[in-house]
Ligand binder design. Structure first.
Ligand SMILES: C[S@@+](CC[C@H](N)C(=O)[O-])C[C@H]1O[C@@H](n2cnc3c(N)ncnc32)[C@H](O)[C@@H]1O
Length: 280
């Protein structure tokens, strides 16, 4: 029986999120290593720095109710709710992640204003104009329909609210992707359960069709690429290696593919794209 993309994404995160949290903490996204990638803040500080840099770039200084689209185990939702004293709702395809986000929120005393649920970003169970910040940190690459994804993010935003996202992209086209570039992407797609990714220029063109003002994009590939060296180094720690081997399946495949991402960045094929806009 073949499973759908959503099921594969769910199974991947259900199976691997516990180990990720144990080794790398609550943030399941790249770190920020300075604008040219030369800083080495150490541990998970680079990931916290990415959140802060993203807020500064997106000119977000406050929020009342945040939607964290593709929330993982709630790393950003809880960080932002605590920072802004706001409410936050996180959605993920993984019941394991939603349960862990809920437990972490209780542990941090934030459960009165944060919640986590299983929901599809392409069909969100929220009314129009529900949130004043829609935040998506590295979930866009999983979306099989990027236009629908942006449309949904925009629909649930209040007028004046901000959409802020960071996502894995491929390089600007043209020139068209070469056969070897397509092969490398296909391997990355298979292991990380991604449909085809697009360029940040493509995202910008899609956003231009939506009721968003001040749409801005950026490419932070240089600033985030060292993340993969850090992850590879920590995966080589014997205790971690043993746990990855024990987990097997998709977790092991994900670990074996770490070098593919490092290679993609080195070649300039994988790009780290940012997009912000204000709901009209
Ligand atoms: C790489 S993790 C990022 C997690 C989190 N944003 C963070 O930075 O810690 C990708 C997340 O996107 C979620 N995701 C992927 N496709 C989704 C969809 N269609 N609807 C909702 N969540 C989705 C996954 O369940 C997972 O939580």
């Amino acid at each position: 029986m073949t499973s759908t993309l959503s099921q594969r994404i769910q199974q991947f995160y259900d199976a691997s999120s516990g180990l990720w949290e144990q080794v790398w903490g609550e943030h399941m996204h790249h770190g920020y290593y300075g604008a040219t990638g030369r800083l080495r803040p150490g541990g998970c500080q680079a990931q916290v720095d990415l959140i802060e840099e993203l807020l500064a770039w997106g000119q977000v200084k406050s929020a009342q109710h945040i939607l964290d689209v593709g929330c993982g185990i709630g790393g950003s939702s809880l960080y932002l709710a605590d920072k802004f004293g706001s409410a936050a709702t996180g959605i993920t395809l993984s019941p394991v992640q939603a349960a862990r986000g809920t437990a972490r929120s209780q542990g941090l005393g934030l459960s009165d204003r944060t919640s986590f649920q299983v929901a599809d970003a392409l069909q969100m169970p929220f009314a129009e104009a529900s949130f004043d910040l829609v935040w998506s940190l590295e979930s866009g690459e999983h979306m099989p329909d990027k236009a629908q994804f942006l449309q949904e993010c925009c629909r649930v935003l209040k007028p004046g609210g901000t959409l802020l996202l960071a996502t894995w992209c491929h390089r600007r086209c043209p020139p068209d992707l070469s056969v070897s570039e397509q092969r490398l992407l296909a391997k990355i797609y298979r292991v990380y359960h991604l449909p085809a990714v697009i360029s940040i220029e493509d995202y910008e063109a899609l956003a231009a069709q939506l009721p968003l003002a001040g749409v801005t994009t950026a490419d932070w590939s240089e600033a985030v690429a060292p993340f993969w060296e850090d992850v590879i180094a920590s995966a080589l720690n014997p205790a971690v290696l043993w746990q990855i081997l024990r987990a097997g399946g998709p977790t092991l495949q994900g670990a074996l593919a770490l070098r593919l991402m490092a290679q993609g960045y080195r070649q300039g094929l994988i790009r780290y794209g940012l997009l912000r806009g204000t709901r009209v």
